[in-house]
Design a protein around this ligand. Structure first.
Ligand SMILES: [Zn+2]
Ligand SMILES: [Zn+2]
Length: 257
């Protein structure tokens, strides 16, 4: 059972993945896809950066994804986007300031974890996962970039040997084994810290950081790829709404320090 981080895409708990996928892929970051192409009725996406890194001559603006129609960005468009960027910059600074690298995290001890556990053998299984976390995969071929995952933690003692297992579930309801610390598998107290650092602690940080980054992305792109808001990205106050949601998450992230 002790094969952490083996899945291909539902690998939110993979520490390397976290650090690499700090930002969505640029091409997707700057696309808004809720508008029709006036020429063919297809989906028109909005880009402020060159649409295709391999074809840097494609200008910023509206581009139809199905025909050649395009409308260049106006000065007003650029100004509006620059205003959003100016409001977002201090949010990123606060996220980075509150972000403690995993190696510096204060971690829960094994003793704390089992402090309320009964003597002898027992088995406590989480029947339900917790709240949804959101994370950005940063995979080049992934259209949404953003995913949801929720966690459950099982623990127990079997034949006198202790174990803690982390499982996660994705937005389609697929459960996955994530990581474990397991004396039945020969692990010892010296293996605890790494498991705790990445799997247990930092989960609250990741929760608020993930949501803050998601709302920033929603403000910047005027999208809501995970359909998490009852508001619509076409609402006049969409950007204000997203920025204020991100600020709330950052406030909680900062409180945890
Ligand atoms: Zn078109
Ligand atoms: Zn993805």
């Amino acid at each position: 059972m002790n094969k952490p981080f083996e899945s291909m895409h539902n690998d939110y708990l993979d520490p390397d993945k976290h650090l690499q996928a700090e930002m969505p892929i640029k091409e997707n970051l700057l696309a808004r896809t809720d508008t029709e192409c006036p020429s063919c009725g297809g989906n028109a996406a909005w880009y402020f950066e060159p649409v295709d890194r391999d074809d840097p001559d494609l200008d910023a603006g509206w581009h139809c994804e199905e025909c050649d129609w395009m409308q260049e960005a106006t000065d007003e468009d650029f100004t509006r986007q620059a205003d959003i960027s100016d409001r977002i910059k201090p949010l990123w600074a606060r996220i980075h300031a509150a972000d403690i690298p995993p190696k510096d995290r204060k971690i829960s001890s094994l003793a704390d974890m089992f402090a309320n556990a009964p003597d002898g053998d027992f088995k406590w299984d989480d029947n339900e996962a917790g709240d949804w976390h959101v994370w950005c995969c940063g995979e080049r071929d992934c259209p949404s970039q953003w995913h949801k995952a929720a966690y459950a933690l099982d623990m127990g003692r079997e034949g006198g040997k202790r174990y803690v297992e982390a499982r996660s579930v994705d937005e389609d309801g697929n459960w996955d084994f994530d990581a474990s610390w397991d004396e039945r598998e020969g692990q010892t107290e010296s293996d605890w810290d790494e498991f705790a650092r990445y799997t247990l602690d930092g989960q609250m940080d990741e929760f608020f950081k993930g949501w803050a980054r998601y709302w920033i992305h929603c403000a910047e792109t005027r999208t809501d790829v995970l359909s998490e808001s009852s508001k619509s990205p076409s609402d006049a106050d969409w950007v204000d709404f997203c920025i204020s949601a991100a600020e709330d998450d950052i406030k909680y992230l900062e409180m945890g320090k």
